[in-house]
Design a protein around this ligand. Structure first.
Ligand SMILES: [Fe+2]
Length: 206
């Protein structure tokens, strides 16, 4: 499948409901989702979900559903088996409420803030080597208004549960402000995709 923003590739709600239920539980958010990214409004995030943590297993975090979704996305976009999960955030979830937006940014195409600091590299922000930081995202709860991705100045009105892809290490991106009471809940699956693979698939031109 072509990488794009309006894929019409909609995840089955049966698969996303356990994640939605877990994240909607305020106790879970207060106890386990503590990372606060530097963006406007109330937002909490939990990264490195591709590596199960003991305390989250005990808290019944629905890892099997998360991994199934990861597999479905890999299959759909035909990512090679050996595609590396990107080491800065990996698989993550972010929960945000009214007032939140993500500032315009690009993500690093190298390991700059992964938890194993011995692997962090000191390279220019816009460094591009053999791999492209690519993310496959889905809003399992989409605000009534706002929360859409904006990629290179174009806003995409994605559907709830519609997976979109973004070359996050190449294209500047942000999100529109969340309004009203329904939260924005993002699942994001990050990979370092081989640059030549992206070129061959027509996802990227040098
Ligand atoms: Fe990003």
């Amino acid at each position: 499948m072509k990488i794009s923003t309006k894929t019409k590739f909609i995840l089955d709600k049966k698969l996303t409901k356990p994640l939605l239920d877990w994240i909607m539980n305020e106790d879970n958010r207060n106890k386990y989702i503590t990372d606060e990214p530097e963006h406007d409004g109330y937002v909490v995030a939990l990264d490195y979900l591709h590596i199960p943590q003991e305390e989250l297993i005990k808290a019944n975090f629905p890892y099997s559903e998360l991994m199934s979704i990861g597999e479905i996305i890999r299959d759909k976009f035909e990512l090679p088996e050996d595609t590396e999960i990107e080491p800065n955030y990996g698989y993550l979830t972010a929960y945000s409420e009214k007032g939140h937006s993500v500032h315009s940014h690009r993500d690093a195409n190298f390991n700059v803030e992964g938890p194993d600091e011995s692997l962090n590299e000191d390279l220019p922000d816009d460094y591009l080597g053999d791999v492209i930081h690519t993310r496959f995202n889905v809003l399992i709860s989409k605000p009534i208004k706002g929360g859409n991705p904006v990629i290179i100045d174009t806003e995409y009105d994605v559907l709830e549960n519609e997976v979109w892809g973004i070359l996050a290490g190449i294209h500047h991106h942000h999100s529109t402000k969340v309004t009203m009471d329904k939260p924005r809940i993002l699942l994001s699956f990050g990979y370092f995709i081989d640059k030549n693979f992206a070129i061959n698939r027509g996802w990227y031109e040098e």
